[in-house]
Design a protein around this ligand. Structure first.
Ligand code: 3PG
Length: 210
């Protein structure tokens, strides 16, 4: 079993917004707001009842690459792919997720044992989660040392104040986060704010040279 490589997707998308949709009517406007801000990729978290329909709606927005996040098992992974998910993200790892998976997978890791479990499946690009609460860049550096082949998508606690230092790191391909598309902004219909914060995030990435 060889899983598709997530690197081309991440290299094209230095920011991966973590999107929580409570009401499916907000899905397309959220995708459009991100696109207008220059972000053409998003992770729709499978934490709400609306998630599968939201993913399906966002996946149909032209120019948008949509994946599923918070995927906890193989059943959810299959449902997400059926809804149009082009990649799967999990806060951790469960072997059922990778069974017959046809899209790239980013498992969450927080320690060396987690990493060794996913290396068994040929996974070399991982989500470092929760990045800041786990100890931030010093911990990422310490984990990267014995596993030089790994590339990271850190998520959890990243925002405008620390984005530059995270995205500048040579082992980090992309960063994930919800700061440019919070639940509150979506619920309040603040789509202009989503566009503006997305623009600012991309500008910071460019200034950091990624
Ligand atoms: C999550 O799964 O909620 C993500 O890690 C987002 O984290 P953030 O809200 O701290 O960006």
């Amino acid at each position: 079993m060889t899983l598709p490589n997530p690197m081309p997707l991440l290299e094209a998308n230095p920011i991966v917004p973590v999107v929580v949709i409570e009401d499916v009517k907000d899905a397309v406007p959220t995708a459009q707001a991100l696109l207008e801000g220059g972000i053409s990729c998003a992770e729709v978290t499978f934490r709400t009842a609306a998630a599968p329909a939201a993913l399906e709606a966002m996946a149909q927005v032209e120019g948008m690459t949509v994946g599923a996040g918070t995927v906890l098992n193989g059943e959810q992974a299959r449902q997400a792919v059926d809804c149009g998910a082009q990649f799967i993200v999990s806060p951790g790892f469960h072997p059922s997720i990778v069974e017959d998976l046809t899209v790239p997978f980013l498992p969450g890791i927080a320690n060396a044992t987690d990493i060794m479990a996913v290396l068994e499946y040929g996974v070399e690009t991982v989500k470092f989660f929760p990045a800041v609460p786990m100890g931030g860049l010093p911990v990422l550096n310490a984990l990267a040392a014995p596993f030089p082949q790994l590339k990271f998508l850190p998520t959890g606690g990243i925002g405008p104040k620390n984005l530059a230092e995270w995205i500048s790191h040579p082992k980090i391909v992309s960063v994930g986060g919800s700061w440019m598309v919070t639940k509150q902004m979506i619920a309040a219909g603040e789509f202009d704010a989503i566009t503006e914060l997305s623009r600012q995030a991309l500008q910071m990435v460019q200034e950091a040279g990624k």
